[in-house]
Design a protein around this ligand. Structure first.
Ligand SMILES: C[S@@+](CC[C@H](N)C(=O)[O-])C[C@H]1O[C@@H](n2cnc3c(N)ncnc32)[C@H](O)[C@@H]1O
Length: 240
């Protein structure tokens, strides 16, 4: 990959011939795998002392602790523990706290180096890591899918593909960074570092164009960020 393209961050800028002035600037999305690898390599979500950092949403105790409490309480409400798939597990600062409450915990991410790092770092008998593209690859069977601050970073067409697999999990727990109050949902973005908040939008899976069909929807936890920076909302869907 050339330095020029690396510096273009998460979109490839192509210069194509055009009738009017000879050139036209056209944005063509990179493959999501390349984008996410670059986000981690260039520390576009910030950094701490570890090799991989998934952003403040994965570390700020005001966001992380209420989520862990709510999901722990949900998972431990079952007499026989659930098999859990953590889709887009990121740096695993959050997921590592939930492993003990699952029968089996499969943590998945598209970034190969991150998954290789986790295989060396996080060990438990019921824990396994897989490097998969959750929009394209077959996913392991499980009772419950956790999708925390992942969909907010991907395009509508990728969300659509992911949703076609999410319907196979009885329970789907989705966390999204949303504007506070009313907003125009599901404006499209190019998959990458950014989210829909900059367009005053956020992901609503039950709204068009997704119209995700569920039996039940329950708000598990919602944390309002300071300075009108939106809300981090976690919703439990029961799909069948
Ligand atoms: C902001 S991080 C969130 C990490 C974690 N869920 C958390 O809440 O701490 C989003 C993660 O989703 C992963 N991701 C994005 N698109 C993906 C895809 N198509 N398949 C698998 N992982 C994906 C990224 O690599 C990244 O690690």
């Amino acid at each position: 990959m050339s330095l020029l393209l690396q510096n273009a961050t998460y979109t490839t800028v192509l210069f194509m011939k055009n009738k009017e002035n000879g050139t036209k600037r056209t944005k063509k999305p990179w493959p999501t795998k390349d984008v996410m690898e670059q986000v981690y390599a260039m520390k576009l979500w910030g950094s701490n002392t570890s090799d991989f950092y998934s952003g403040f949403g994965s570390h700020d105790p005001r966001l992380v602790n209420p989520y862990i409490d709510a999901v722990t309480s949900f998972l431990s409400s079952f007499e026989s523990p659930l098999v859990v798939c953590d889709l887009g597990c990121g740096d695993f600062n959050v997921g590592k706290e939930l492993v003990k409450d699952a029968e089996r915990y499969v943590a998945i991410d598209i970034v190969a180096d991150l998954i290789a790092h986790h295989k060396e770092t996080f060990k438990a008998e019921n824990l396994e890591f897989q490097c998969l593209d959750i929009a394209r690859d077959d996913l392991p069977a499980a009772d419950c899918a956790l999708v925390r601050q992942v969909l907010q970073h991907v395009s509508n067409s990728e969300i659509q593909s992911i949703l076609s697999k999410l319907k196979d999990f009885k329970y789907v727990i989705v966390t999204e960074h949303l504007p506070e109050g009313d907003f125009d949902p599901n404006k499209d973005i190019i998959s990458g570092q950014g989210i829909r908040l900059k367009k005053q939008s956020g992901v609503d899976l039950l709204a068009p164009p997704f119209n995700f069909k569920v039996e039940e929807e329950k708000q598990l936890v919602s944390v309002i960020l300071d300075d009108s920076k939106g809300v981090i909302a976690t919703t439990l869907y029961e799909t069948f």
